[in-house]
Design a binder for this molecule. Structure first.
Ligand code: GYE
Length: 323
């Protein structure tokens, strides 16, 4: 072979090798993203819709989702996060059941250089470098919206308006903030008074049980029920009916989430208003995960946009509801 031919052959081989190498490089970049997600449980219609949204969007986006259900226990969430660290997932996301007690495990994730995204609920940590962003609703604002509806509804009343409150899970961000926002608005309305306030843990069964106890203690003295979610309101509606009272009339009922079950109750005239809290966080979460992996900087807070639906709008809105 002539020298020039040898040189040409070597050149072709080198170009080929370069192409193969860049090809390999590209494949590496396109490596599937693995997301470990620790979900709270399946305590409400909201939660079920939230899980579905996350599963469906991960699938559509080609993200490998490792989903773990904590059955409403913080210790199970901590275990799940540790196992995601051990599995070396690319990103960890979770919806913290309560606000406190996360520092040690979040520090472990940080040491392992795995970014953490909070979805739905916030944590109470001094060091906010332990998580990258928080995607979810403004729960204080939801509480304010609930109270504003009541203030408007009762504006012509001068007699006392007695309220009972069904709180969400003790120590959880939505329970703390929904109470705070509601109280902030009613505090300078002396006729609006919270008679009793207790947790119903965001479930129908507990909502019913606690409402039974409220009715036993206060009887016809209760004018309003403020429930931190629709499921507890739906459970309480049963208790009110069993006590021979008319939910939505004898007792005004305000709740939060705006799940389909609440629209059905409103159409039946048993629930007066629901403040929207969207569980459809899948798309925002997956795009945040992809942005992170592409090296982009995320805003520290991504807020979900939501509305308020009084009973009168229920029939018109119901067909449009996605959860
Ligand atoms: O309102 C409730 C669920 O964290 C916003 O949790 C969520 C709350 C939601 O169980 O129904």
């Amino acid at each position: 072979m002539k020298k020039s031919k040898v040189v040409a052959a070597v050149m072709v081989a080198l170009v080929g090798l370069a192409l193969v190498l860049t090809g390999v490089g590209c494949q590496k970049e396109k490596k599937q993203i693995t997301l470990g997600f620790s979900q709270i449980g399946a305590e409400s219609e909201w939660r079920t819709a939230n899980t579905k949204s996350i599963e469906e969007t991960a699938k559509a986006e080609g993200i490998d989702l490792k989903l773990s259900d904590a059955q409403q226990k913080q210790e199970n969430q901590i275990k799940a996060i540790r196992s995601f660290i051990a599995q070396k997932v690319d990103v960890i996301a979770f919806s913290p059941v309560v606000e406190t007690g996360w520092e040690p495990v979040l520090r472990e994730a940080k040491e392992a250089k795995i970014p953490v995204i909070l979805t739905d609920r916030a944590v109470d940590t001094k060091d906010d470098s332990l998580w990258v962003t928080f995607i979810g609703s403004d729960f204080v604002e939801e509480g304010r919206r609930a109270a504003k509806w009541l203030v408007e509804k009762t504006k012509d009343r001068t007699d006392p308006v007695n309220i009972v409150e069904l709180q969400g899970t003790v120590g959880s961000a939505p329970a703390i903030d929904r109470k705070k926002g509601f109280e902030e608005i009613i505090k300078d309305k002396p006729q609006l008074k919270i008679l009793r306030s207790q947790t119903g843990d965001f479930t129908r069964a507990k909502g019913k049980e606690v409402m039974e106890a409220f009715l036993k203690a206060e009887g016809k003295n209760i004018h309003v029920l403020y429930a931190h979610n629709d499921d507890m309101a739906i459970g309480a509606i049963q208790a009110i009916e069993e006590a021979g009272l008319r939910p939505g009339q004898d007792i005004l009922i305000i709740s939060i989430d705006a799940v389909k079950g609440a629209f059905e109750a409103m159409m039946a005239g048993k629930l007066n208003v629901t403040v929207e809290c969207s569980p459809l966080l899948g798309p925002q979460l997956m795009s945040a995960v992809k942005d992170l992996m592409a090296g982009k900087t995320l805003p520290k807070r991504i807020v979900t946009e939501e509305g308020v639906f009084p009973m009168e709008t229920a029939a018109q809105e119901f067909p449009k509801r996605k959860y």
